[in-house]
Design a protein around this ligand. Structure first.
Ligand SMILES: Nc1ncnc2c1ncn2[C@@H]1O[C@H](COP(=O)(O)OP(=O)(O)OP(=O)(O)O)[C@@H](O)[C@H]1O
Ligand SMILES: [Mg+2]
Ligand SMILES: [Zn+2]
Length: 280
């Protein structure tokens, strides 16, 4: 409040080629961006995330992923496809997704939205009413309509008919409307072995086939940042990556509490393949 330029009207007089006309004041734009950022549901944990504070090191796939995210940010909203960031835990997929989301809001005033897939499903479930679908649509409408949506942790919740139907509605609507979406997932493209740990098995074939048309796939691995000492530099991350190369197997994502403990730094998990989960 208290803009000395426009006296809070949101309009200011400008002169161009000797002609006086009214234009939007900068404070108006700043206020919209402030509101859009606040409405984007970016978790506190990720609010600091930016491309400028994402540490890179000699890791070609990671560097390519960062370059693609950068290009996406520069071109947004004129983008044909969204992004799908895939890889093991702690390599900065959510960080990069949030960075792009924030850029889209800050640069273009986009209506951006972040949802962890499980959170979204939980929220829809809690409003689910088979008779009146209005409450459900109150949650879903902004998700379907957002200029840029981040769906974090695809495949984290095992599919059921309802989950698949709900996510399919989201993915399909955005696909049809050509609205870009950034997905992240731990589940990579690989042959189905019946273990249920391929992307296809986690999201179902209908969504899976859409994803390929909707997104550039950025698959990479790297150091698990959560296992790095405080304020690591590129050398530390490079060393950590070489010391503990990801095994290619994902931890069992159905073990929710264990994962939450890991996130909060309360667990010292043994990784599949004997990769120690100790810090430092
Ligand atoms: N290269 C990096 N530079 C700076 N910070 C990083 C980097 N990689 C990860 N981080 C930070 O480490 C934390 C974990 O990263 P993030 O949550 O993005 O990983 P993720 O790949 O999404 O993991 P998960 O698969 O478990 O969701 C975040 O706080 C993030 O900001
Ligand atoms: Mg993540
Ligand atoms: Zn003003």
């Amino acid at each position: 409040m208290g803009c000395v330029v426009c006296e809070d009207t949101g309009w200011k007089a400008v002169e161009q080629d000797g002609v006086r006309r009214m234009a939007r004041c900068d404070c108006w734009r700043e206020e919209i961006i402030r509101r859009r950022l606040a409405d984007a549901r970016i978790p506190k944990r990720y609010q600091h995330c930016d491309l400028s504070n994402f540490i890179t090191y000699p890791n070609e796939k990671l560097q390519n992923a960062v370059a693609s995210v950068k290009k996406f940010c520069e071109r947004f909203p004129v983008v044909d496809k969204g992004l799908f960031l895939i890889g093991p835990p702690g390599i900065g997929k959510s960080h990069l997704a949030v960075s792009a989301l924030k850029q889209a809001i800050l640069r273009c005033g986009a209506r951006g939205l972040f949802y962890d897939v499980r959170e979204l499903l939980k929220l829809i479930r809690s409003t689910y009413n088979p008779v009146v679908k209005t409450a459900e649509m109150e949650v879903l409408r902004p998700v379907l309509d957002a200029d840029l949506l981040v769906l974090d942790d695809m495949g984290a919740e095992k599919t059921s008919e309802w989950v698949e139907e709900t996510l399919n509605l989201v993915v399909n609507t955005r696909y049809n409307e050509r609205r870009p979406t950034i997905f992240t997932s731990n589940y990579e493209e690989k042959e189905q072995t019946g273990a249920g740990d391929s992307l296809l098995e986690r999201v179902g074939f209908r969504i899976h086939s859409r994803l390929f048309e909707m997104c550039d796939f950025l698959e990479y691995d790297g150091a698990d940042f959560r296992h790095a000492p405080p304020n690591p530099g590129p050398d530390t991350l490079f060393g950590l990556w070489k010391l503990h190369p990801p095994t290619g197997r994902m931890p069992d994502r159905t073990q929710g509490p264990a994962r939450a403990q890991l996130r909060d730094g309360k667990a010292d998990l043994k990784w599949p393949g004997g990769r120690a989960g100790s810090r430092g």
